[in-house]
Design a protein around this ligand. Structure first.
Ligand code: ATP
Length: 254
């Protein structure tokens, strides 16, 4: 199960979309970013700045108009998208539960892939449950009967069990209250430490970002205006736009 973290290098990424009148609008305007293997990189920035678009390029839900992305040194444009998504796995913003128990949910990706299903008492299952702070006695419970926070952590456990090298998280705490969000944050730190995974997380939740990030990037209007260690980024921001962003009330970041 344990994946080993993979590095991501983004070079000169550009992406345009069409506005309602059909005119091209540049969404990403030349993104260069390195995410070292085993790093938890948080991307923050104003709404509409291009964060989700950037994330969609990382597992080829879309391809860039220009530039390239290297995964452990290999251009992902040359990789089969489905094979790529096993290595670069996305945890959706709103977790989706399949019919059935918690254990059924953990096994579902293995069923899809035609792989042997992990046993309820296997080391791998125990480990992802621990990491995601889900007690083992939940395994026979109907997944949809769990709390929203537990469902979110189950979605994370389900992805982790498949052993990706990179996890992509899009606003993982947007549906959670503060204590539940903090619990997820703790799980992310454990995962990053114990699984040596690489994580890229988009969030409006600056408290979560500051607590979990190794490095952080500020994306505004299609450009990365600042990138650095979490300590420098949050405590000594250099770019005026980032200073303003960090100083503004959090509810204006939506
Ligand atoms: N499928 C699409 N077709 C056309 N325009 C789109 C599409 N998806 C996003 N956009 C536009 O691209 C821009 C960037 O959107 P994106 O979702 O990447 O930003 P974001 O930083 O993730 O924003 P948020 O924080 O609100 O999720 C926005 O102006 C958005 O309206």
């Amino acid at each position: 199960m344990t994946g080993s973290g993979e590095s991501l290098v983004l070079e000169g990424l550009r992406k345009a979309r069409r506005d309602p009148e059909g005119r091209p609008v540049e969404i990403l305007r030349g993104i260069d970013l390195t995410v070292p293997a085993g790093c938890l990189m948080v991307v923050v920035g104003p709404s509409g700045g291009g964060k989700s678009t950037l994330l969609r390029l990382l597992n080829r839900l879309e391809d860039p108009d220009a530039g390239r992305i290297l995964l452990s040194g290999v251009d992902i444009g040359s990789l089969d998208p489905l094979a790529l998504r096993r290595r670069v796995a996305a945890v959706p913003q709103v977790s989706f539960m399949y019919d059935g128990t918690v254990l059924d949910n953990l096994r579902r990706p293995f069923v899809f892939r035609g792989l042997p299903q992990p046993a309820a008492d296997s080391e791998d299952v125990r480990r992802v449950l621990d990491l995601c702070r889900l007690p083992g006695d939940l395994l026979p419970r109907q997944a949809r009967s769990l709390s929203i926070g537990q469902q979110q952590r189950l979605a994370l456990a389900r992805v982790l069990l498949t052993g990706p090298g990179v996890l992509l998280l899009d606003e993982p705490t947007s549906a959670l209250d503060r204590p539940t969000a903090d619990q997820l944050g703790q799980s992310l730190r454990d995962i990053r430490r114990e699984e040596r995974l690489t994580l890229v997380m988009l969030t409006h939740d600056l408290r979560l970002a500051q607590r979990v990030a190794d490095r952080a990037a500020f994306l505004e209007n299609g450009r990365i205006l600042e990138e650095g260690t979490a300590a420098d980024f949050f405590e000594n921001p250099r770019a005026d736009a980032l200073r303003r962003f960090l100083a503004s009330p959090e509810d204006t970041h939506e």
